[in-house]
Design a protein around this ligand. Structure first.
Ligand code: NAD
Ligand code: UPG
Length: 471
């Protein structure tokens, strides 16, 4: 069966994945018309804004959108038209952890995937290749196929592919320009393989062919969960070791450097921290835990659950270190928290470790001043309200202030907590920060970001993750 030559792509979901991924496809494939659709009018308006005030912050994204928007890249809320016109449809909707019902707290909520799939089935009038881009549990493609086939009109067919996304926020554009690999899963039938080639040909416009991996559908779905589980496991492993370093006087930087030199281990993703955040790691591991339990594999479930538990431990251990170091009480004390995003170079706050720290500080009745270069004030209030469900927002606001610069945040505070690895925190004038702080002036570096010795020379009392010495 000859592969369909893709000329029109629709992406359902204009979020952190759908937006950048399909904007890059449009840029790299000027012969393909790409329409990204979303039900969220405000989001689509932001993607279309004349001054390119895009709904997400991602280095390099504005340049990509500037080049392609209006040429062969379009953003719209007309989901049905987008579906009808396309020959290939990406489903890139959110798959958060379920909050209620069976599997609550672990399983992925597939409601958005199902609704998008049902919409495709309801309005498609010609054959489509439907590509699962969202991260989903193993065998979700089968459910999508069942829905689509049960609703297909005479003469139309649907081929389902899995094409999980591996971009990381903050580096999305470079990841998409030069991916380690593009993974495409398909049924191993002539039709499935032909659909797989159609999508592979789209990526081949800029991705070397040896980086386009083709596998079975279920392997592709599971590989996405597996990749995130293994990455998060590395962080929990190095964080577990950071606790041993603090207790023994070993230095986690030196340990990471030493083990990373072993080519079988490698140096990446070994940075001890206050804990991993982001919308994916925790969600996808819990999803794997749920899958393992559903498959009656309790030991496997317990193994992966421990990665998340270690992360929770790391966050609470850091909060406790702050309290212990500040003479066992932070009640009434003023603390600056630098960074609210879950990592640098993004405005995304989902599962940010900063939120857990601030919640702990508020419960100890400290006063907190937050500064982040990218996160909107409204988002901070929303996240803190969710983190402290029993405290009305007006009470939270009595304890929390939002500053407009790092220097302003640190002024007259007793302690500075670095929660996100923004480069500007390394480069601020620490002498000025010191001069303006109450004394003794404490710095708690949750990201191994600053030169602790230099700060100590200025006069700070510095506590760093994974290092025994504390003055
Ligand atoms: N954020 C990441 O870095 C990342 C990376 C790789 C994979 N993923 C996975 O990709 C998926 C999307 O993640 P995201 O971060 O882009 O989510 P997101 O919440 O930023 O975006 C999802 C968008 O889908 C829209 N949507 C939901 N249902 C819809 C429907 N029926 N019709 C039209 N629009 C609809 C929502 O309005 C939202 O704008 C998730 O499964 C996630 O696990 C995310
Ligand atoms: O050595 C490290 C590396 C990362 N982190 C933290 O881990 C979290 C996740 O970071 P990162 O993986 O860089 O960002 P994400 O955007 O969450 O990307 C992950 O999740 C995506 C969604 O599934 C995948 O596509 C990516 O491949 C995967 O890296 C952040 O809080 C980081 O600060 C550390 O603490 N130490």
């Amino acid at each position: 069966m000859a592969p369909v030559k893709v000329t029109k792509i629709c992406c359902i979901g204009a979020g952190y994945v759908g937006g950048p991924t399909c904007a890059v496809i449009a840029l790299k494939c000027p012969h393909i018309t790409v329409t990204i659709v979303d039900l969220n009018q405000a989001r689509v308006d932001a993607w279309n804004s004349p001054d390119f005030a895009l709904p997400i912050y991602e280095p390099g994204l504005v340049d990509v959108v500037k080049q392609a928007r209006g040429r062969n890249l379009f953003f719209s809320t007309d989901v049905d038209k987008g579906i009808q016109e396309a020959d290939l449809i990406f489903v890139s909707v959110n798959t958060p952890t379920k909050k209620t019902g069976v599997g609550a707290g672990f399983a992925a909520d597939l409601n958005y995937v199902e609704l998008a799939t049902r919409r495709i089935a309801a309005v498609a009038t010609s054959s489509k290749i439907v590509v699962e881009k969202s991260t989903v549990p193993c065998r979700t493609a089968e459910s999508m196929r069942t829905i689509l086939e049960a609703n297909s009109k005479p003469g139309t067919r649907f081929d389902i592919l899995s094409n999980p996304e591996f971009l990381a926020e903050g580096t999305a554009i470079t990841d998409l320009f030069s991916p380690d690999r593009v993974l495409i899963g398909s049924l191993q039938t002539p039709e499935g393989k032909s659909a797989c080639q159609s999508l592979g040909d789209v990526y081949a416009n800029w991705v070397p062919k040896d980086r386009i991996l083709t596998v079975g559908l279920w392997s592709s779905e599971l590989s996405k969960l597996a990749a995130n589980a293994m990455l998060a496991q590395r962080i929990s492993s190095i964080n577990a070791l950071s606790a041993i370093c603090e207790a023994t006087g070993a230095n986690i930087d030196e340990v990471a450097h030493a083990i990373g030199f072993d080519s079988r281990i490698g140096p990446k993703f070994l940075r001890a921290s206050v804990g991993f955040g982001g919308s994916c790691f925790q969600k996808d591991i819990l999803n794997l835990v749920y899958l393992s339990e559903s498959l009656h594999l309790p030991q496997v479930a317990a193994y992966w659950r421990q990665v998340v538990e270690m992360n929770e431990y790391q966050k609470s251990r850091f909060s406790k270190t702050v309290v212990d170091t500040l003479f066992n009480t932070i009640t009434g004390k003023h603390i600056a928290v630098l960074g609210f995003a879950f990592k640098a170079d993004t405005g995304d706050t989902r599962e940010s470790a900063s939120i857990s720290l601030i919640r702990d500080f508020l419960s100890e009745r400290a006063y907190v001043t937050i500064y982040d270069p990218q996160v909107e004030e409204a988002q901070i209030w929303l996240d803190l309200s969710e983190a402290c469900p029993n405290t009305p927002l007006e009470n939270i606001k009595k304890q929390v202030t939002i500053a407009h610069s790092a220097l302003e945040a640190c002024k007259q505070k007793e302690a500075v907590v670095i929660a996100t690895e923004w480069k500007e925190f390394r480069e601020i004038n620490w002498q000025t920060v010191y001069d303006d702080m109450s004394k003794p002036a404490f710095v708690f570096d949750g990201r191994l970001l600053v030169d602790a010795d230099k700060l100590r020379k200025i006069g700070f009392k510095v506590t760093t993750i994974g290092r025994g010495e504390r003055v």
